[in-house]
Design a protein around this ligand. Sequence first.
Ligand SMILES: [Zn+2]
Length: 102
Amino acid sequence: MSRVRICGLDTKVVRSDSADWDADGMGRMNSLTNTITLRRGMDKDVENHVLLHEVIHYICAVNGLPVGDDERQVAVLAASLFAFLRDNNFTAEKGCTEKVEE
Ligand SMILES: [Zn+2]
């Protein structure tokens, strides 16, 4: 188990075995128990993408945002934000500002 903080709430991140999942299930969140569950055995890049997807669902749930009920919108936001963070080596300390020669 690991833990992340979302909207100021400590949230458990647990991995569970594939037997617990539907064929295409990769993640789920529960804002009542502050838990995000990820399917065990995913590639690290895929797992991070799925985690961000569930974080977006969580943010929407605790803030009453209807976009969280639209799977396509959540998927687009997660894929786009994940690519932005990964492709720009974003970290909280450094941001994503990379100096380039002009
Ligand atoms: Zn979803």
